[in-house]
Design a protein around this ligand. Structure first.
Ligand code: AMP
Ligand code: TRP
Length: 339
């Protein structure tokens, strides 16, 4: 991707390589990334946010593999490395540099309000580190270092985006208007619940359908998935609005199918078993080519590293351009002085 189309708005998003991606990641964000890139109206960068992933306990050897696996999943899901920049966050140290500078304009009170911090510090009581607390500042830096304006994410990231805009405003007010205020862009399925129906689908909660699960595994998980608790048997009227199976249908089934399911579930004509079987067929049809591409690319480590290397170069060039302005504006360093 060239650096030419400056007039196009810039997109940035990322995912943590904390385990295999699941269909919440895919339907909530990744699928939207692919559609946006293919529509060609933006300049797009996608990173694998490994520096975020170290804020919970992890194994360095496993992280190395998970970074490559995440890259494989991004590309297998349909991101074309010729049309967008795919890279690893820690390969571009300008992110962590900017995060430190931004921490000086981020109020503690704002960080204290972050619900993801509260959830994660409850989940990982034995390791509530400062990085978990300052996590949203690094996320703000990921975005602002490219002056990106569009951030396609699931709805759990909307609060972090609000904080990013606040940080940009504070920086612009205190120093100089360097940063635009980025906005979240939600997909048609911004929150997929887990198969347990209790909480959001998430890598750490063991309630996910994974992007690279086998068709059999997908079938098994869907069969046992939670639906409208008031619909006990075929013939009972159900409420698709509160059914996670219906939410997933909306992302993978045709509009005509979705309309019919909605109608027949409410009337009681459609039982959960039939509805789930149709979902299995449609979801597996969507995941089949992704699984195939992932198997092929996963075996080609050289190609994956080549793509990430290219991405690192392109991203570094853009990030360094911003950082030169930032250092100068903040009065930092001497590298920019005329000799
Ligand atoms: P994470 O796995 O936390 O790095 O999330 C990566 C992206 O996937 C973010 O844009 C999240 O908002 C999105 N995401 C994660 N879980 C879900 C979910 N259950 N439903 C919808 N989007 C999700
Ligand atoms: N915080 C995001 C999550 O947990 C991941 C992330 C890090 C991100 N940096 C980002 C998302 C920048 C969008 C843009 O899912």
């Amino acid at each position: 991707m060239s650096d030419q189309p400056k007039q196009k708005p810039r997109i940035l998003s990322g995912m943590q390589p904390t385990g295999g991606l699941h269909i919440g990641n895919y339907l909530g964000a990744l699928k939207n990334w692919v559609n946006l890139v293919n529509a060609g109206e933006h300049e797009a960068l996608f990173c694998i946010v490994d520096a975020h992933a170290i804020t919970i306990d992890y194994d360095p050897q496993q992280l190395k593999q998970r970074i490559l696996d995440a890259a494989v999943s991004y590309i297998a899901a349909g991101l074309d490395p010729e049309k967008c920049t795919i890279f690893v966050q820690s390969d571009v140290p300008q992110h962590t540099e900017l995060a430190w500078y931004l921490s000086a304009v981020t109020p503690m009170g704002d960080l204290n309000r972050m619900t993801q911090f509260k959830e994660k510090s409850d989940e990982h009581k034995e390791n509530v580190n400062a990085g978990l607390f300052t996590y949203p500042i690094l996320m703000a830096a990921d975005i602002l270092v490219y002056r990106a304006t569009v951030v396609p994410v699931g709805d759990d990231q909307v609060q972090h985006l609000e904080l990013t805009r606040e940080i940009a405003r504070r920086f612009n007010h205190r120093f100089k208007a360097l940063f635009p205020e980025p906005k979240p862009l939600l997909s048609a399925a911004p929150r997929i619940m887990g198969v347990d129906g209790k909480t959001k689908m998430s890598k750490s909660r063991g309630n996910s359908i994974d992007l690279l699960d086998t068709p059999k595994a997908v079938e098994k998980k869907i069969k046992s998935a939670f639906t409208d608790p008031n619909k006990l048997r075929q013939g009972d009227a159900g409420n698709p609005d509160i059914c996670n199976i219906f939410t997933i249908h909306k992302s993978v089934s045709s509009p005509a199918e979705v309309e019919q399911i909605d109608r027949d579930c409410r009337s009681g004509a459609l039982g959960c078993g039939t509805c789930k079987a149709l979902l299995c067929t449609n979801l597996n049809r969507e995941l089949d080519p992704i699984r195939e591409r992932a198997a092929a690319l996963g075996a080609d480590r050289k190609r994956v590293l080549e793509i990430l290397d290219n991405g690192r170069e392109q991203a570094t060039r853009l990030a360094e351009r911003t950082m030169r302005d930032v250092r100068k504006t903040m009065g930092l360093g001497t590298g920019h002085y005329k000799k």
